[in-house]
Write a protein that binds this ligand. Sequence first.
Ligand code: ZN
Length: 373
Amino acid sequence: MFEGGIPIGRVFGIHLRLHYSWFIVFGLITWALAASYFPTEYPYWNRATYWGIGLATSLLFFLSVLVHELAHSVVAQRAGIPIKSITLFIFGGVSQMTKEPGQPAVEFRMALAGPLTSLVIGGIFWGIWAGVRGYSEPLAGLAFWLGWINLVLAGFNLIPGFPLDGGRVLRSILWWRRGDLRSATRTASTAGRVIGYLFIFGGVWWIFTGYWINGLWIAFIGWFLENAAVGSYRQVAIQDILKGHRAWEVMTKDCPIVQPGVTIDQLIHDHILDSGRRCFPVVENSRLVGLITIHDIKKVPPESRAVKTVSEVMTPFEKLKWISPGDDLSDVLNTLTMENVNQLPVIADGNIIGMVARDNLLSFIRIRGELGA
Ligand SMILES: [Zn+2]
């Protein structure tokens, strides 16, 4: 959902990004601090101080959110779960995990690390506030607000609705007690949906009582939470259906093979138009040398399709992601998602023996979902 964004650097091998929606909330918070909160609380500063302190407070707030996310990521990485990226967006931060934690204890520690870090950061800012309040009111004002907002951040994230941190803590406890991840996720995400609806109703109630900006914001957060709870449960249910099944069970075996020297025009007319297939292994001397898809072909302008050959357009073998027939389908889905591709060749002893496409997985999931098997 929040894949895009502007890269801002790398920490512990994790890519940090700012989603476009982040700029909206950054602007709003800076404005609310500089034009409303600080002038109300501290009426004797000058205009430049309001905006300077407002901007600095806002930046330190987002730095706090980033440290909260990094705390989750560091615990995850220590447990052997690589984190690909952290994206800051309108509601905070989101870490992109390459896989879900395998044991309840790992999830428990990972989930708790964020809110605990926010509590510590909040404590540090209040310590700074206590230290500087006799000397500089603007610095004290900045530290006080940051202390308070980090406690709010910790408190909000500890709400026990999946996929919030508190919901993950709840899930890990249920998972540990029941020994069943899917059932634990179902309960924790139901809690997440209930909390989402409470936020929506609370927000709408606020809107009708006149606090429409706060109300709208709360309702929006509730809507986001409800959606995330539904989506996260679906994801776990899908992984649960796929787990224990192997790539060879769903792969397409009769892959039409093409030669590297064939032109794109020939490929389109001889293979694609009548077969309806979207992806072709390229084989030379019975070795797989690459893969060509409709996606690759679309990049070739129609006027050069008569001269361009398959080998010039295909993804060569060295750059190709592939899987083995015995790979677990839940890992296959992760690879498809992480590599952002629609299909993966299945290779055994250097030979292509089939293809697994997203469609294969989808129909596998749909049939088993319908039958409840
Ligand atoms: Zn968190």
